[in-house]
Design a protein around this ligand. Structure first.
Ligand SMILES: C[S@@+](CC[C@H](N)C(=O)[O-])C[C@H]1O[C@@H](n2cnc3c(N)ncnc32)[C@H](O)[C@@H]1O
Length: 192
């Protein structure tokens, strides 16, 4: 219940960047983690972790010495997540600056997850973040994000799929109806 209250508080303060009325469902989180080799990863990033529904599942599956880096732009989400999750580095910043943290760590990420509502962002901003994501991934790394189905009929939403296809060689789509609202999960790789 507390995570719902935090989510709503964050949403009322910053509706556009929060981009949803409730955290993602178990089904959506499980879909995002399907066929993803978390157990082998050394460095995992989550952009827009919110109240951490996916973060907790990721943290449970990581090996002990793996690094989990979470970046959220909303201070309400960051404060809550720092209290809830102790085995991750939780950063209050914009995902646009991801490369700075990757450079600081000295190695690119194996996996990057995102909950950022890209279709609410101006296309130039969305493109900048997705370029940073690509540059922060290992050559055989994967990027996993979701987008609500209704937003994919909007020109901005369509634009996101176009950007993903330009930046990544392989983009796979999965439907998730068990979420409010229903969503698509995109799994993107730099290599075929
Ligand atoms: C739809 S919520 C998703 C939260 C969580 N991942 C989930 O699935 O329930 C979007 C999250 O992305 C964050 N966010 C939006 N734009 C961002 C940006 N440019 N950089 C970092 N975080 C951002 C918001 O603050 C919010 O926590």
């Amino acid at each position: 219940m507390r995570h719902h209250l935090t989510f709503w508080k964050a949403m009322f303060k910053k509706p556009l960047t929060t981009g949803a009325v409730v955290p993602s469902s178990k089904k959506l989180c499980n879909r995002m983690l399907e066929q993803i080799r978390l157990e082998e990863a050394d460095c995992v990033v989550e952009l827009g972790p919110g109240t951490g529904v996916l973060t907790k599942k990721i943290a449970l599956r990581l090996k002990k010495d793996a690094v989990l880096l979470c970046i959220d732009v909303n201070p309400i989400m960051v404060k809550y997540l720092r209290e809830e999750i102790t085995n991750a580095r939780i950063i209050h910043d914009n995902a646009e600056h991801l490369k700075d943290y990757i450079e600081e760590m000295g190695a690119p990420a194996d996996l990057i997850f995102s909950g950022i509502p890209f279709s609410t962002l101006p296309q130039r901003k969305a493109e900048k973040i997705l370029e940073t994501v690509k540059d922060s991934l290992k050559p055989d790394g994967k990027f996993v994000m979701f987008q609500y189905m209704h937003s994919t009929v909007h020109p901005r939403g369509k634009g996101i799929l176009k950007i993903l296809r330009q930046k990544f060689k392989n983009v796979k789509l999965k439907k998730v109806f068990g979420n409010i609202p229903p969503a698509f999960v995109f799994t993107c790789s730099k290599s075929l």
